[in-house]
Design a protein. Structure first.
Length: 187
């Protein structure tokens, strides 16, 4: 268990009524989740497992809050409502179980979607790329999303003149090593 000194400072600066609440919950989080890492996020102490938020703490002028990230929020900011003293907390066993359930809940995140299939290459764009080896080399080296941007841009042209202008522009930009939306990369 490692303690982040910024959380020590946060607790020390909290109102006197909040300090025992924050300290007690911190101890319970580490009992429930020995692998938890401490950090300050959004200006408040957070406990993470595998880089994912499980529990957060906050101290205000008149109350403290505990956020268990997978639970619905109660009164005020946190899952446990507005806490004015240690007696407002549920029992230690219940809190430990809720913290562990939070860890389990973040471990059951949605699986990643399969990548989009590559769109079919317009024949005119394929011919232009074959005629410009440097542009084709750059195009082939791009990530699928960047190739898709060029292919879709050319494919969505309704008129032949528009398609031909886009192909000429694409070949020029590709020969210079530019992505389709290169103008916006430094914004």
């Amino acid at each position: 268990m490692t303690h982040d000194p910024r959380i020590d400072d946060y607790i020390a600066k909290a109102a006197p009524f909040a300090q025992p609440i924050l300290t007690h919950v911190r101890v319970l989080v580490h009992q429930a989740l020995p692998e938890a890492e401490e950090a300050i996020k959004w200006g408040m102490p957070h406990f993470m497992v595998g880089g994912k938020n499980v529990v957060g703490l906050a101290a205000f002028k008149a109350h403290a809050s505990v956020v268990i990230h997978h639970e619905e929020r109660g009164e005020g900011m946190g899952s446990l409502g507005k806490l004015a003293n240690l007696a407002d907390l549920p029992g230690d066993g219940e809190l430990i179980a809720r913290f562990q359930a939070g860890h389990t809940a973040i471990g059951t995140a949605k699986p990643k979607r399969a990548p989009k299939p590559e769109p079919s290459m317009p024949p005119a764009l394929a011919a232009a790329l074959d005629a410009a080896p440097e542009a084709k080399r750059v195009f082939d080296a791009f990530a699928p999303s960047h190739r898709r941007e060029y292919v879709e841009w050319v494919a969505e042209a309704k008129r032949d003149e528009t398609r031909d202008k886009r192909i000429a522009q694409a070949i020029e930009w590709l020969a210079e090593g530019k992505k389709r939306h290169w103008k916006y990369e430094d914004c």
